[in-house]
Design a protein around this ligand. Sequence first.
Ligand SMILES: Nc1ncnc2c1ncn2[C@@H]1O[C@H](COP(=O)(O)OP(=O)(O)OP(=O)(O)O)[C@@H](O)[C@H]1O
Ligand SMILES: [Mg+2]
Length: 272
Amino acid sequence: MSASEVAIEFKDVGLTFPSAAGDAVVALDNVRCRFAPGKVTAIIGPSGCGKSTLLQIARGFLAPTRGSLRFFEISNAAGTVPRPAMSIVWQEFNLFPWLTVMENVTFGLELRGVPRAERDARAHKAISAVDLSGFESKYPRQLSGGMKQRVGIARALVMEPDVLLLDEPFGALDAQTRLVLQEQLASLVETSGTTAILVTHSIDEALLLADTIIVMTARPGRIAEEIDVALPRPRSMATTHDPNYAVLFDRIYGLLRDEVMRAMVIESGGQS
Ligand SMILES: Nc1ncnc2c1ncn2[C@@H]1O[C@H](COP(=O)(O)OP(=O)(O)OP(=O)(O)O)[C@@H](O)[C@H]1O
Ligand SMILES: [Mg+2]
């Protein structure tokens, strides 16, 4: 990959959380990976292997204790910028309960000083992209879990980020709602060409959405393998019938199974 094909590069990144009790946690070790513009990269790995930590480092909320990050110049509406603009969608919807759907979605734009008329126009576009037109004046308590998460996605989209970071965005939803939202997100990323990094526990979600899947090892998190997902687009539930789907699924499951077993040993205090 040449520089113009890379949005963010992790160069031997490590992060150790200090602990007052003395037993520091090595969350990430020697992470080397690249995220390509216009592509969706899924990160999958056992619980506690450092996936959220990796996302927080990309976003700039956490600083690596070893190694460095490199951002490549990106051309967007603001011209050529040295660092891509990023928005995060969290697993727990994190909406402001006292604000309406419209106010939740426009909140970030208001902080940025975007004028009212532009805020409203952009919010209507983002709300319509997640099929929530007509719900602008509702409060989060009046919405189902799936709808709340669609507001979470609209709130990220409205910022028109160069890179969309998704941390288990559908983890808190029931299985059927999750399937529908996964398909909607697949079509959204296919039409918008957004660069996205998706953390997920679901192999199916990764195969539906991603161009590349990064499988991480049990803690300390390292990259176990990077897998290209050469499945045709547009993808939907029908993609699961593609003969390549089963091959990719088995390969990822094999890698994950070993790592999840290792994570269970580490969690129970044994040696890996
Ligand atoms: N602020 C913190 N202080 C100390 N340790 C932390 C902190 N945040 C995370 N950790 C530890 O770092 C490791 C990686 O955490 P992280 O949340 O990145 O894992 P994860 O892969 O996102 O897990 P999950 O799949 O359960 O969301 C875990 O062992 C976690 O307990
Ligand atoms: Mg996490």
